[in-house]
Design a protein around this ligand. Sequence first.
Ligand code: EPZ
Length: 419
Amino acid sequence: MGKEIHVHGGVSLQGRVRIQGSKNAALPILAAALLTKEENVLCNCPRITDVFRMLDLLRSIGCLVRWEEQGVCVDAGHVSLSRLPADAVMGMRSSLCLLGALLGRCGEAAMEHPGGCVIGERPIDLHLSALRRMGVDFWEEEGLLHARAARGLSGAELRLPIPSVGATENIILAAVCAQGDTRLQGCAREPEVEALCRYLVCCGARIDGIGTGELVIRGGKRLFGTSFRIPADRIVAGTYLFGTLAAGGCAMLEEAPCSQMEAVISLARDLGAVCQAAKEGLWVQAPRRLRHVPLVRTKEYPGFPTDLQSIAMTVLSGAPGTSRIEENIFEDRFRVVEPLSRMGADLRQLSARQVIVQGPRRLKGQRVEAVELRGGAALVVAGLMARGETVITGCPYIERGYENICKDLRELGARIYCV
Ligand code: EPZ
């Protein structure tokens, strides 16, 4: 994708598009491949920059990586290093799951502190406290976070105070290699955590309670390479679902994981859409006029996903009446309020966690800048519904999570291109 996205709004969508593999399932599964010594074939792995960067990290510690027609092959037979190159880790929060994988494989790890980003401070206290309980010592040296399980990893009774996705994944990655069993209560139930567990079971791990808030992970099993299909990305599917509501028209979202999108489909229906879960994916028909929705609250899965909050805000700006958006997961995920307001949306930010949307407003195309992934996708959706042309810069943020958002939306009839 080039450095600018140009969207000519006011064109209703019609067509079908295949939904790519899930970024947030692929990233922890790529890290988990480190726990095997044979080749892994990950089908439907999305070709996005966060995946490319994760693959570079795996290569940097000795893994063999190659793309094939059906997906990516990762062979971690020879892991030589446990220290991750600083530049590759910085700014990529999802590299944090390499911590658990490296501890599982090598018993130690060293990495830049994957600091916060624009959507929030992104602390890692829950990761560290749980792994300490499993026998890991942490210390800072030359600005790097060092970890070592001097006497090996041991299973533990753990409880997360908040169902952190990343902490849950790191604990699972360490626990499958630990001596003894780990019981994890209060864990995240996101489908991406479930996919990680199913991949590890395919490699020979024993995990009970998959998909629930309590996991029992049997440690010490030898894990073998496997082939595994990355499930479709529910957030990309939700992006195009709301994009269809924004532009009007209808679309078939092939392979959309409907069973993982209940809260998203429910909001679309409240907005007046007809949504039909079919074998091949999700069919959506936009209403002629959006209906009023008084409140959207983000929650941990199965609640409404924080990753679609900015995109929902965009659509709500075109719906009648007053709507309140509550962001309950991250403390600063309203960066899109400024550019959306410049496009004509009537938004009032009451606090770090609440925005009031007044509609309906007809957005007007502007030159706007993406400063993070999902806010960038929300600006693309805004371009679909705005009058005139919208130019979006900061495309590298969008490319972190979308293989080719312009091509996908063009397949639905949108007048959008990248230069
Ligand atoms: C994952 O981030 C996703 N990223 C995020 O998607 C997603 O928004 C988030 O889960 C919530 O669903 C990946 O899977 C790569 P958390 P993660 O740990 O693991 C606090 C996208 O757009 N917390 O569940 O970082 C934290 O500050 C990205 O694809 C602690 O306080 O999310 C946040 O407020 C954005 N201490 C809340 O928990 C900790 O040690 C949820 O964070 C860890 C987290």
